[in-house]
Design a protein around this ligand. Structure first.
Ligand SMILES: NC(=O)C1=CN([C@@H]2O[C@H](COP(=O)(O)OP(=O)(O)OC[C@H]3O[C@@H](n4cnc5c(N)ncnc54)[C@H](OP(=O)(O)O)[C@@H]3O)[C@@H](O)[C@H]2O)C=CC1
Ligand SMILES: CC(=O)N[C@@H](CCC(=O)OP(=O)(O)O)C(=O)O
Length: 342
């Protein structure tokens, strides 16, 4: 059976990545693509790398007939997404890529996003989209909230360790590097080549990044008590990729065994041989996440590193993986593309 797919925000980075992936999906047909400023344009004009595909013209959201759609990906900015999703037919399956439905507690949402939520009834029904940890709930969900890309990378490293109780919950540091496409395609001054290239900087320093809301929610749930980690992201002059380095207190062998056991059989999460560290180069443009465990020279300290591509496993690939589950498709359909190397 072929599923009819709409992508809202198709003129952005994650929207284009969804189109790239779905183009190889055996049972999905793209019937509508939306844009805002670029409405009326052909995808080939906005994204020449997709020129080989036959695609609908970009249109405004209100021009789409959702009665003719089985599943809608929503790749719109935060806050816009909730205003759009609350007006979609309640029978329509939706995978949202924004931050709007990730936090279950409306007070936490208001704290991290600076205001009240506009679609609380949708927020209440949304399932958190970290596939490997919410697989059964996602299969039965109508609305799935894609995770933050930094948040996904950090959770792939830390969630199994926190759940198994093999690390000191009060001494966890997560140091993360994110490529520029993580900030989206709209023009921002600090993302101009002259201001970004040949330099790196930390941002949201001091525990102010909004993905801490996701970490607090998920890590505290797994531990059964409040867990607060130290987290600093850095912007690096690369196009794609996230590398997260966690510093934890525990036994390196226990940490390694826990990760190997947790991800045994997972199609996309690969734990490297003990002592090896991953690179964004080895997961680029793929849905894979590589995790490496290294013992520190200080006894009882462990370094765990994860690499994934923010536009695939960190957003659009994850979204497609979840959509496959919601539609009863093979979870890996359209997603087994090998990483692009070098
Ligand atoms: N980039 C990443 O690595 C990740 C992104 N996300 C999230 O996914 C979502 C999309 O991100 P990304 O693709 O990077 O963003 P982009 O800025 O690249 O794209 C945004 C898209 O939304 C459209 N849009 C903007 N404002 C409106 C509006 N008011 N009404 C309708 N459409 C609008 C834009 O249309 P137009 O260009 O035509 O104006 C464009 O298609 C965001 O919520 C982001 O936080 C999540 C994880 C990772
Ligand atoms: C470089 C950069 O700006 N990265 C983004 C990551 C965005 C992301 O994961 O997604 P959401 O915006 O959907 O939360 C950031 O740290 O905010």
């Amino acid at each position: 059976m072929t599923h009819k797919i709409a992508i809202l925000g198709a003129s952005g980075y994650t929207g284009a990545e969804l189109v790239r992936l779905i183009a190889t999906h055996p049972n999905m047909d793209i019937v509508a693509l939306s844009a805002d400023r670029k409405a009326g344009m052909e995808m080939a004009a906005v994204f020449p790398h997709l020129r080989h595909l036959s695609l609908p013209t970009l249109c405004k959201i209100d021009e789409i007939d959702f009665a003719d759609v089985d599943l809608c990906f929503c790749a719109l900015p935060h806050a816009t997404s909730q205003k759009v999703i609350r007006n979609l037919p309640k029978s329509l399956k939706v995978v949202d890529l924004s931050a709007d439905f990730r936090l279950r507690d409306p007070e936490e949402y208001a704290k991290w996003y600076g205001g009240a939520h506009d679609a609380l009834e949708c927020q209440a029904e949304a399932v958190y989209g970290l596939t490997e940890f919410y697989r059964d709930e996602i299969k039965g969900a109508r609305l799935v909230a894609g995770t933050g890309c930094n948040a996904a990378t950090g959770q792939y490293v830390l969630s199994p360790l926190i759940k198994a109780g093999v690390v000191d919950l009060d001494h966890i540091i997560l140091d993360l590097k994110c490529a520029v496409s993580g900030a989206g395609r709209s023009l921002k001054e600090n993302l101009l080549h002259a201001e970004l290239s040949e330099g790196y900087h930390a941002y949201a320093v001091g525990g102010t990044h909004r993905h801490l809301g996701e970490f607090d929610q998920e890590f505290s749930r797994l531990a059964g008590r409040d867990v607060k980690i130290q987290f600093t992201p850095h912007l690096v002059p690369a196009n794609r990729g996230i590398l997260a380095t966690a510093y934890v207190h525990g036994s390196a062998q226990e940490v390694y065994d826990t990760l190997v056991k947790t991800y045994d059989g997972e199609p996309f999460i690969k734990v490297l041989p003990f002592g090896e560290a991953p690179s964004t180069k080895h997961v680029r443009a793929s849905n894979f996440c590589h995790i490496g465990v290294v013992a520190d020279r200080i006894d009882g300290r462990v370094i765990v590193v994860a690499a994934l591509d923010n536009l695939t496993k960190g957003s659009s690939g994850q979204a497609l993986q979840n959509a496959n589950l919601m539609l009863g498709e093979a979870e890996t359909a359209g997603l087994m593309l090998a990483p692009v190397f070098p």
